[in-house]
Design a binder for this molecule. Structure first.
Ligand code: 7TS
Length: 407
């Protein structure tokens, strides 16, 4: 497929046909979660209709086919991000779960009093708080890479932060609040020059940009199924075998053990060491369908289409009097955050909703970003492959109407 047929793509997403408040739905809250194509919905229905059974433990037929389907997803994820081994793919509940796992297990083993952890000024709370928690537990220090008024990381300060006390760097690939695409390869190479591992939060990247973990040489990469046309309750932690083997388990329970006695328990091998308990099986299985869907469209095509839409939306929104875009980095992906003089983002969001237009308003779980720009929050339109220029026109008309009512 060279160019995308958006009309046909929209047909794949049943929810896009519905109305909200008597108006056709214009769904521009894809950064929070994307809608699901029929293939993903069918995979969930099919799982319960045809194969429901627990995984990794049954000798019986249904357990074998559900285990096979679950493990196919692991290999599909491996291929999708070009991991070297399938056992480097840990199936988690989502990005938040994956980051907490790394902060806790890596932190337990490798972080001690006086050590430093580097994050950035544009992280989602889920890539701030777990690190703060391990800092508190271990007496470590959190260093925050500042950003410019355009929402770009200050790489000189980052370089100056790196030192023998730095134990890990954790930054996002794409900012959910600003849309900035960060120079992750450079961030990783600089850290590796001093033997420091790097975690990349790809929650807002993996559905827009082709990722190759071996080319990036990233140590940990995390993302959520539900932001990439897949189900909620499932996500991924990619970790290099080297680090995963050195880290203690996260949670104890079934599946993560080899042998249990009351005297001593030995842990299972990768990836199961980090997958205690019954997973979200239907979501794990349906994630396969989401990746197939993305692969069928092609991430290069998706990126090209979304970049064009982002540029169109940026130009059109900028024509609105008093509107200021928050996040004007040179490299951006799929997110436009804005404020309009004399209005509160929440009021604009409520009025847009009355017109059937779904955006997110507020701090987007990135309060420090809002603090830096001295604003209470933004209105955020975040794009997916099924959005259209007509929907952007509806957003622009909606914002104009809302502003006319509010100012
Ligand atoms: N990291 C980034 C960059 C995110 O955008 C989000 C969620 C998370 C981590 C957490 O993902 P979860 O799936 O574990 O919740 N971002 C958003 C958002 O922008 N609006 O709602 C959730």
């Amino acid at each position: 497929m060279d160019t995308l047929d958006i009309k046909t793509i929209r047909e794949d997403f049943p929810i896009l046909k519905r109305e909200v408040n008597g108006k056709p739905l214009v769904y521009l809250d894809n950064g929070a979660t994307t809608q699901k194509p029929k293939a993903v919905i069918d995979a969930i229905i099919n799982y319960y209709t045809d194969m429901n059974s627990n995984v990794h433990r049954g000798v019986h037929y249904l357990s074998q086919i559900s285990t096979d389907a679950f493990e196919i997803t692991r290999r599909k994820v491996q291929e999708f991000i070009n991991a070297k081994h399938d056992y480097e793919i840990i199936i988690t509940k989502g990005t938040t779960d994956s980051i907490n796992l790394v902060a806790s297990c890596y932190g337990q083993e490798f972080i001690s009093n006086g050590d430093e952890i580097i994050i950035s000024a544009m992280e989602h709370h889920s890539n701030i708080v777990p690190w703060q928690m391990i800092c508190e537990a271990k007496g470590a220090i959190l260093k925050v890479i500042p950003m410019t008024e355009h929402g770009e990381l200050d790489m000189e300060t980052y370089k100056s932060f790196l030192n023998p006390k730095t134990k890990i760097v954790a930054v996002n690939y794409v900012s959910n609040a600003l849309g900035t695409i960060n120079p992750v390869k450079e961030i990783i190479d600089l850290a590796h020059a001093q033997n420091i591992p790097v975690l990349i939060d790809a929650a807002q990247a993996v559905q827009h940009i082709k990722i190759d973990v071996q080319a990036l040489d990233v140590d940990f990469l995390v993302f959520s199924g539900h932001k990439m046309y897949g189900p909620t309750g499932v996500g991924v932690l990619y970790g290099k075998e080297y680090w995963l083997n050195k880290m203690p388990p996260y949670q104890g329970g079934g599946d993560m053990i080899k042998d249990v006695t009351f005297e001593k328990t030995t842990y299972n091998e990768l990836p199961f060491k980090f997958e205690a308990g019954t997973p979200n099986i239907e979501a794990g299985i349906a994630l396969n369908a989401a990746i197939d869907y993305i692969n069928r469209l092609g991430l290069d095509n998706i990126k090209k289409y979304e970049d064009d839409l982002l540029q169109y939306a940026t130009e059109k929104l900028q024509e609105i009097k008093g509107l200021r875009i928050i996040g004007t980095a040179k490299e951006k992906s799929s997110v436009i955050s804005f404020v309009v003089e004399g209005t509160h983002p929440y009021d604009i969001g409520v009025l847009l909703d009355k017109m059937g237009i779904a955006v997110r308003t507020g701090h987007h779980c990135a309060q420090p970003v809002m603090e830096q720009f001295h604003i209470p929050g933004t209105v955020r339109a975040s794009l997916a492959v099924y959005n259209t220029k007509e929907e952007i026109d509806a957003l622009v008309a909606g914002v104009n109407r809302a502003v006319a009512m509010l100012v």
